[in-house]
Design a protein around this ligand. Sequence first.
Ligand code: CP3
Length: 345
Amino acid sequence: MTAPAPTGKPLLDTARGLRQPKPPIWIMRQAGRYLPEYREVREKAGGFLNLCYAPELASEVTLQPLRRFDLDAAIIFSDILVIPDALGQNVRFEKGEGPVLDPITPQTLGRLDPDAVLGHLAPVFETLERTKTALAPEKTLIGFCGAPWTVATYMIGGRGSPDQAAARLFALNHPEAFARLIDLLVEVSATYLIAQLSAGADMVQIFESWALNLDENAFESYVIAPNKALVEKVRAAVPDAVITGFPRGAAGMIGRFARETGVNVIGLDYATPLAFANENLDSKIPVQGNLDPLRLVAGGAQMESRAREIVDGFAHRPHIFNLGHGIVPQTPIENVSRLIDIVKA
Ligand code: CP3
């Protein structure tokens, strides 16, 4: 196979397997509460979901981190929980509490309306179109969705939980209803990602934030199979779609996730040792990650030396520098600038 031609977007090219002399960088949750200009716009929008569905403001917030920092990508401002919202489930973001949903049951599952999804999410596509026009040509525009299992854990449990017990029990006690829910989420998430790619996203990321706490059989059926089905559906419509998988907590299952789902890039959480990733992932597969977000909060020498270790550890393969999970609100802005300087040095 011949190497693909460069696009002029270093981050996208890395994701397509073209190693760069210096790793391109973006930061998960790079638009967010650690930025005063974000907090200001969020206040003006009158709530988080309103902001997600206001294209002009959402596009502004998407671009904010790129005005401050030399990042190589913008990620569209939205949330993984716009899917349950679009399906008709009640989703609220309460201050200081995170998301709260009215949990679905096997009995209420049938009320979810997949035909409503594209219409409801039209503002997200407009945000992508606006952002694409405003973005410099060398920057990559990233779209995203939650993976079916991760979204299902919120739909079933009604909120984030340390062990996803409600969703794990639902899957074991109601296997048919669970399969219907996962199939529905594969279907609507594929439609959603395809629409994001046609609205201007250069690539997409599937956030499987709760790939942890699962035994190997559960991992195979809740995580690998739905991610694979989602990737296949997207590629059936967009054959050259560039897709990042982020199976947070996959641990010993990371190699199988990479081989079996067909994603282009593997996002690594910060608990994944660099050598373990290199041993378990073919050296042609691009990786993304994986600095601990709290190292970015604390800053200083420990952050700088770990960032250099990560850059060196993945120097022989295509690598997109990132955190190993989202940036947290208490992160000092000057530490972000320093990190980017280190990675680009
Ligand atoms: O990365 C970006 O800058 C793009 C926007 C983005 C948000 N959420 C905005 C957001 C992305 C990519 C997400 C993904 C997301 N949302 C995930 C997967 C990534 C991860 O962190 O594991 C998950 C699990 C969610 C669900 C979610 N949304 C939670 C658990 C929370 C509360 C926790 C928190 O950080 O407040 C949210 C709210 C949320 N999503 C905020 C932002 C900027 C904060 C809301 C606010 O402004 O008050």
